[in-house]
Design a binder for this molecule. Structure first.
Ligand SMILES: Cc1cc2nc3c(=O)[nH]c(=O)nc-3n(C[C@H](O)[C@H](O)[C@H](O)COP(=O)(O)OP(=O)(O)OC[C@H]3O[C@@H](n4cnc5c(N)ncnc54)[C@H](O)[C@@H]3O)c2cc1C
Length: 418
């Protein structure tokens, strides 16, 4: 590959960075993709790893394998620690990397809003190892509960609190309920499942913001049918590993708190030295360029941009479409043309609440129940990267569906029992 060609450095092999890299495949540039992990992660299915439905490698794929056929691409496994915007240089955990154009697609991280106890004792869901930690923790607590003679202590072991009524919290609560009632009920027949309590706490007065009210009501009704207690207007103050404290002072004895209530931009964004907007995201121009640095683009969860007066959500379709626009704009700049504004095309929203149950809102059309669930399955299978992953996920889902099973009920932690 010629080193004389302009160098485009893409940081982050997530939804946005991967899409931008692919979009540049025919451009007369050298593309260097940098990520601290060597794989692309399909985060929307993390909750299924956390609830023993899928294995880690089924929702991730090595970057080098994904982009093997792209001749203008190089991969660097490194963490980017700083960006020298005027000098067009990245400081990384390996060598510095010079660029002509930069696409920062570093995504986000869990935000606990400074709640120390939640940070220390709660379980987030952002990385593969987070999902494995949740699986180990829940399976381990149920084993402990089966041996616990004291009813109050057993109750705390069997109380699973999920915080956040967005799609992740709703999907997580539904999947936990199915893991417990369809699978662990068979594994641990001596355990009295009437003591299990799965609670979904949401600070606002509704779940799934952005979905029509009738769909969110359907989601709540389905969750409650599955044994999940949905509590709206219930902001969490903190968690000490033994109990969750709500803002009004109420305490819920529980050993498990899964935090799905907040996300903010990845820490690298704060190091750019630029003003940040909500959720620590950096405000970009409509063309996705950084103010004052037209050769640098920020996309996906790390970027803040409004559409019709509302911030674009931290979601995969936004990141992917931004990846396309940033790559196209770099090609336009190389041709001496003006960059174009980003226009988001909303493909709709989906959330599943377990077998045969989902809600979908697509271009004004509301679906719920089985039809929405089928749409959810098809969309997620299509979006997963790699034929092998799609095949294995499909087989896993079919086995779970017909045999009421969860194949990955392994406690893989070597630590002392939870
Ligand atoms: C549990 C969960 C469920 C979700 N479900 C959905 C869903 O159902 N539908 C939906 O649309 N969206 C969903 N999302 C949101 C969606 O995953 C994100 O909006 C999307 O991943 C954002 O893409 P991105 O390219 O901005 O960042 P990401 O996909 O997060 O990728 C960022 C990449 O940057 C790398 N990186 C970060 N910092 C550095 C650094 N300093 N140096 C090197 N590399 C770095 C990371 O390793 C990562 O590979 C979900 C998110 C989570 C956490």
């Amino acid at each position: 590959m010629s080193k004389d060609k302009p160098t485009v450095v893409v940081v982050g092999a997530g939804f946005g960075g991967l899409r931008a890299t692919r979009q540049l495949r025919d451009a007369d540039v050298r593309v260097i993709l940098v990520d601290r992990r060597n794989y692309h992660l399909f985060q929307p299915l993390l909750y299924q790893v956390a609830t023993a439905g899928l294995e880690t490698e089924q929702i991730a794929k090595p970057v080098r394998a994904i982009l093997r056929g792209q001749s203008n691409f190089e991969f660097r496994l490194a963490e980017v620690r700083g960006v020298d915007l005027p000098g067009r240089l990245l400081h990384t955990s390996a060598a510095d990397i010079a660029y002509d154009y930069l696409i920062l697609a570093v995504g986000g991280e869990t935000d606990t809003f400074g709640k120390r106890g939640v940070e220390q004792h709660g379980l987030g869901l952002k990385h593969l190892l987070d999902a494995v930690a949740i699986r180990n923790h829940v399976l381990c607590l149920f084993e402990r509960a089966a041996l616990e003679p004291d009813p109050a202590r057993r109750q705390a072991l069997l109380t699973l609190v999920v915080v956040g009524g967005g799609p992740t919290g709703v999907e997580m609560a539904g999947a936990l309920s199915e893991l417990v009632h369809l699978v662990l009920a068979k594994d641990l027949p001596s355990l009295d499942l009437t003591q299990v309590s799965i609670v979904l706490l949401e600070a606002a007065d509704r779940v799934l913001p952005g979905m029509p009210a009738q769909l969110t009501q359907a989601a709540v009704a389905t969750l409650e049918r599955k044994g999940v207690r949905v509590r709206l207007g219930a902001p969490v103050d903190d968690f000490d590993g033994e109990a969750v404290t709500l803002r009004g002072g109420e305490r819920i004895a529980a050993k498990t708190l899964i935090w799905a209530a907040g996300a903010r931009a990845a820490p690298l964004v704060a190091k750019l030295g630029l003003p940040t907007a909500r959720q620590g995201r950096v405000a970009v121009e409509k063309t996705l360029q950084l103010p004052g640095a037209p050769e640098a683009f920020v996309i996906g969860d790390a970027a803040y941009l409004e559409d019709a007066g509302r911030p674009l959500p931290m979601m995969a379709p936004v990141a992917m479409q931004m990846g396309d626009t940033a790559a196209d704009n770099i090609c336009r700049l190389l041709r001496g043309e003006a960059p174009v504004d980003f226009r988001y095309k909303d493909p709709g929203s989906l959330a599943t609440i377990g077998r045969n149950a989902a809600i979908a809102y697509i271009h004004g059309l509301s679906l719920q129940g089985f039809p929405a669930w089928v749409v959810w399955l098809v969309v997620h299978l299509i979006q997963l990267i790699g034929f092998r992953n799609r095949l294995f996920v499909l087989v896993n889902w079919a086995v779970d569906y017909f045999f009421y099973d969860r194949a990955v009920r392994l406690i893989t932690s070597d630590d002392a029992p939870c």
